[in-house]
Design a protein around this ligand. Structure first.
Ligand code: URA
Length: 256
């Protein structure tokens, strides 16, 4: 029988601790641990089973002390073009972090391509980010796609049924041609989050994507937000997202 990991009050697994500190998602935190970038009480820890005593152990990541954020924040941005979804860019290009101002160490939930615009969430709540990004949750993401040529109705059906990409066939999607757009604008709702998925779905059928705009992430839209603008999620938005993500506990909700 598979044994459940030991639960010790006041102690959490190292990856969970790092996500609570807003350093990264749990999965990314594991990578930091395995890369030897994390020290607990000055000793490098590379064991993913290691536990941290909350408020007792001193943890550093690449030499910088980290501690759990006291408040969780949840932000939505209307991402503009020509911005990279990363926490830092070695080549000095504009990143989404240059546009988000929060006194908390927030980071993006998932990513949008450099020239994809629209809804991008940020938080310092590692659990929340981790669960939203989990493929099993199937959060619906709606995109408005502008094509270089008109989408044929039978191709719209193919996209809706699923197309065979190199990393597997896409799950059923909703595909709606925008009225009066002559097939050049399409709303696509997918529940997966593979790399460049929307581009690849259309390219597979021979179409070129001219513009891609994420208009909604679950219940969250960018309505009323200027390009590059941000706001805190509303309580109903957050409640719905947590419901979809399967997060039951009532967490603290604060402003940015
Ligand atoms: N699909 C894409 O092709 N690009 C994105 O940025 C998001 C989804």
């Amino acid at each position: 029988m598979k044994q459940r990991p030991l639960q010790v009050p006041g102690q959490v697994r190292i990856n969970r601790y790092l996500s609570m500190c807003g350093v990264a998602s749990r999965r990314k935190a594991e990578e930091l641990v395995l890369a030897g970038k994390v020290r607990v009480n000055r000793k490098v820890v590379m064991d993913l089973a290691a536990r941290v005593r909350m408020h007792a152990d001193k943890v550093t990541v690449e030499g910088r002390p980290v501690s759990p954020d006291e408040e969780y924040v949840y932000i939505v941005m209307n991402k503009p073009k020509d911005t990279i979804t990363t926490v830092s860019d070695e080549r000095g290009r504009t990143t989404v972090m240059d546009l988000v101002s929060s006194r908390h160490r927030v980071y993006p939930v998932g990513r949008l391509d450099r020239n994809t615009t629209g809804v991008l969430l940020f938080t310092n709540d590692g659990e929340f980010a981790h669960k939203l990004m989990h493929p099993a949750r199937g959060i619906p993401k709606s995109y408005r796609v502008t094509l270089e040529s008109s989408l044929k109705p039978d191709h719209a059906e193919k996209l809706a049924r699923g197309v065979a990409l190199e990393d597997g066939t896409t799950a059923p999607a909703e595909v709606m041609i925008v009225p009066r757009s002559k097939g050049r604008e399409v709303i696509v709702i997918i529940r997966e989050g593979r790399n460049r998925q929307v581009h690849r779905m259309f390219e597979h059928l021979g179409y070129e994507v001219a513009k891609l705009d994420r208009v909604a992430y679950g219940p969250v839209t960018k309505d009323g937000l200027a390009r590059g603008g941000t706001r805190s999620l509303t309580k109903p938005e957050l409640r719905q997202l947590k419901e979809i993500a399967g997060i039951k506990d009532e967490m603290r909700i604060t402003g940015a």
